[in-house]
Write a protein that binds this ligand. Structure first.
Ligand SMILES: [Zn+2]
Ligand SMILES: [Zn+2]
Ligand SMILES: [Zn+2]
Length: 333
């Protein structure tokens, strides 16, 4: 178990609560008591934006950051397995979306927390330690890891009912956005995902206040500005993220996208990103798999059957005791 830091650490944990009142919804920050009335469709976005601002203004050197979950007696998750792993920013949602918390947490506590996601690559939120460019590049996550982290993050940041097509578009936008949070997806890319000419995912993302469509510079693209402040954290490493976005397109088997449809594409990219690169085997909690793919746990076996029938999955099994899902992809990526 990691020992507590000897010097008192700045508390890097912030909580925002959404409350109903006569006129509608209001959000209140438990730390600064800021907040105010919000419209229901943009409540989630307003809460996350507020939390991200705290995280950016209360900066602490990486070596001074401690697991805030541990500092509070690990009351945010059921079992305490002991803290371990690097400390990252964890976004958690409680009481069905009424309470949102952003806090530094270690890898073990993050994994044990329900309805939570690690905020990907916090390089802008927390200044990186002074390392050489080459060293930093070696420590950067690869495409598979970035896609895995983004799935986890989007599961918390998008509305629970977001459609599979919406998740595929959000994944591509989040990975391809530039430093000013603008993104454009070419119609060729959208066609290869079989999502060209379908406005409804974009409308869903606009309604969730996750992005706002902007006029494209060219006719062959859809352009947008992302409104999700927490994503700003990953701005400085764009070439890596574009590489990860391309990896996600390949993992979704574009040649068979028409047969698969958006749901099977999402699950296929998800399983591939959680598989061992060489063996194609993977193990993950079944519940988490379903939630991060945007489906109900009861739907998961049927979806896996379909992937197996199409030859993308060799085998899969949900263990009765641990409810872990184990699988083997047909062709390791
Ligand atoms: Zn606040
Ligand atoms: Zn904990
Ligand atoms: Zn911990």
């Amino acid at each position: 178990m990691r020992l507590r830091a000897l010097c008192p650490a700045t508390s890097r944990a912030w909580t925002v609560e959404l409350r109903s009142h006569a006129g509608g919804l209001a959000f209140v920050c438990r730390q600064c008591l800021g907040g105010g009335p919000v419209a229901a469709p943009s409540a989630r976005a307003a809460a996350l934006t507020h939390l991200a601002r705290h995280a950016r203004s209360d900066v602490l050197a990486p070596h001074l950051r401690t697991c805030q979950c541990h500092e509070r007696g690990c009351r945010w998750h059921r079992r305490h397995r002991g803290c371990s792993g690097p400390v990252r920013l964890l976004l958690a949602c409680e009481r069905g979306g009424r309470v949102w918390r952003l806090a530094d947490a270690c890898t073990a506590c993050a994994a044990a927390t329900a309805h939570a996601a690690v905020v990907p690559d916090t390089a802008l939120l927390i200044p990186p330690p002074a390392t050489s460019r080459r060293q930093r590049r070696r420590n950067e996550p690869d495409g598979r890891t970035r896609v895995r982290e983004m799935f986890s993050y989007l599961a918390a940041a998008l509305p629970a009912g977001a459609s599979p097509a919406t998740r595929l578009i959000a994944l591509q936008c989040a990975l391809r956005m530039n430093a000013s949070m603008r993104v454009s997806l070419s119609l060729g890319l959208l066609r290869s995902l079989r999502l060209g000419g379908n406005p409804s995912p974009w409308q869903e993302l606009e309604q969730a206040r996750w992005l706002c469509l902007t006029p494209g510079r060219e006719t062959g693209e859809v352009a947008a500005v992302l409104l999700d402040d927490a994503l700003l954290g990953q701005a400085p490493t764009r070439p890596d993220r574009c590489h990860a976005a391309d990896w996600a397109v390949r993992a979704g088997c574009p040649s068979r996208a028409g047969v698969l449809g958006p749901l099977l594409q999402v699950v296929s990219v998800y399983l591939t990103s959680h598989s061992h690169p060489e063996t194609g085997q993977g193990l993950n909690e079944a519940d988490r798999t379903a939630r991060e793919c945007g489906i109900q746990p009861a739907e998961l076996p049927h979806v896996l059957e379909q992937l197996a029938a199409l030859g993308l999955l060799d085998s899969w099994r949900i263990a009765a005791d641990t409810e872990d899902l184990g699988w083997a992809m047909r062709s390791p990526q």
